[in-house]
Design a protein around this ligand. Structure first.
Ligand code: P5A
Length: 445
């Protein structure tokens, strides 16, 4: 849990006036300017206090939606032994993207780019029969992929934070229901973050399998070209019913019924058949990717269960990834203006920013403390700018940081008994008495 109140005078927020030249896209520029991350090596970042705070918020939304579908959290290590990868055959297949390490005994180790092998081994030793499935397991852990071209800040990092989940079932049919659970959970997860994600049929690459969807948000700065029907822009991922396997199957059917494809899977003829005004052709960012790959790993790693008939069968599996650190960049790409970031409420680092124009003024400071107490008691997280700085600098910084609501405390406002309450999104300012501010903000949430 992060502290509910942060005083800027005591915080570490190295905001920059200008974005460094190497940042090519707006989310990377804003994350650097807002003092959220600092590069340590190509594609490897330190998460500074503000960035870390948002990362934890994103992680928590992801976690809640995994828990909601009955997935169980655990934690696997970042460093793995190469043994299981030799067995699965991926040690050689994975190529240069895998960071290979030797320990002091000259044993082959690696920094995990993904965890199919390790989780299959964990399941193998802990589950025996059809009574032990379905099982949905996930962790949220750092991954390393030695990408050829790490770029766009956290968007394509080498070290990045991923939620990866794995499903275990006794048959293809049951495994597809698990797949559908994750499909719906992803729609909900991204919608809660204010994103319109579009599931698109996708290639399976080094993970494998014959059924896969990428969850894409549309953005000019995305890495892949995407094509879809305009209907996806009007859908709401939170509307989906998922309380039975039939409801889930219907939801997936509905969400895959209109055309949506990445460049790799694009069918120009099918796309051309859509009325021109409904065709959307733009770029997209992949924020999630789900796979059904059946018995690809369980056969090689001998993860078998006894089925209802007493037969020993390899377990059917899928894996489901969300780019937790990438999401931060994706959300900023989707939600900013020329002044800075505009955080959606669910993942804002603080709900309320208080700017004390004259911290040396005792009455102003006392009023700020009173407001802080009321707001934190109501469950809000508060960023309090109590620094001895020019008011203009403080206002600009609060806007850059994207805090949803800002209240200004000044001797003038105190005298008038009326305070400026400004919404970051849209920029509307209201004036109200001190005691009315917190009840008003509570109503807005
Ligand atoms: C699914 C979970 C997998 O690795 N194995 C476990 C499967 N899928 S994936 O598509 O390769 O990755 C899942 C998500 O991780 C994010 N991602 C990245 N984020 C930042 N930098 C990277 N270099 C990077 N590579 C993958 C993406 O959001 C992807 O959807």
């Amino acid at each position: 849990m992060q502290p509910k109140l942060v005083r800027l005078s005591q915080y570490f927020l190295p905001a920059l006036r200008e974005a460094p030249a190497e940042a090519q896209i707006v989310s990377h520029q804003l994350m650097l300017r807002a003092g959220m991350i600092k590069q340590s090596a190509a594609g490897i970042y330190s998460w500074l206090p503000l960035g870390f705070r948002v990362l934890k918020k994103i992680e928590q939304v992801v976690r809640e939606e995994q828990d909601r579908i009955g997935a169980v959290e655990l934690l696997m290590p970042t460093i793995q032994s190469a043994d299981l990868w030799h067995k699965s055959g991926r040690y050689d297949d994975y190529g240069k993207e895998m960071l290979r390490i030797k320990d002091r005994h000259d044993r082959d180790m690696l920094y995990g780019p993904t965890n199919e092998e390790l989780i299959t081994e964990i399941f193998r030793t802990g589950a025996k029969s059809y009574r032990d499935v379905p099982k949905l397991l996930y962790h949220i852990q750092w991954k390393f992929r030695d990408e050829v071209r790490p770029r766009f800040g956290v968007m394509r990092g080498r070290e990045f934070y991923m939620k990866d989940a794995y499903s275990f079932d006794s048959s293809r049919e049951n495994a597809l229901d698990s797949y559908n659970k994750f499909f719906v959970a992803y729609l909900r997860t991204f919608a809660r973050m204010g994103l319109k994600s579009i599931p698109m049929r996708a290639e399976t690459g080094p993970i494998g399998g014959d059924n896969s969807h990428e969850f894409i948000i549309l953005a000019e700065t995305g890495e892949s070209q995407v094509f879809c029907h305009r209907s996806y822009l009007e859908r709401d991922g939170l509307d989906v019913m998922d309380d039975s396997s039939e409801a889930r199957a219907n939801a997936v059917q509905d969400w895959t019924s209109d055309y949506a494809a990445t460049e790799d899977e694009h069918d120009a003829e099918a796309f051309a058949a859509i009325p021109e005004t409904d065709r959307v052709s733009t770029r997209g960012i992949e924020i999630g990717h789900i796979f059904y790959f059946g018995t690809k790993y369980s056969e090689k790693l001998e993860a078998n269960i006894i089925d209802e008939t007493g037969a020993t069968v390899p377990v059917h599996m899928g894996s489901y990834g969300v780019g937790v650190s990438r999401l931060m960049g994706a959300i900023i790409e989707a939600s900013h203006d020329d002044k800075g970031i505009i955080w959606p409420a669910a993942i804002a680092p603080f709900q309320l920013g208080i700017v004390n124009v004259k911290p040396a003024d005792t009455a102003s400071s006392a009023t700020a403390e009173q407001l802080i107490e009321a707001a934190t008691n109501a469950g809000m997280e508060v960023l309090y700018d109590d620094r001895d700085q020019r008011a203009g600098v403080k206002f600009a910084e609060m806007e850059l940081l994207g805090i949803p609501w800002r209240v200004v405390i000044s001797p003038k406002a105190l005298e008038a008994g009326s305070f400026e309450v400004t919404e970051r999104k849209g920029g509307q300012t209201r004036h109200m008495a001190l005691d009315d501010i917190v009840p008003f903000l509570c109503e807005q949430q």
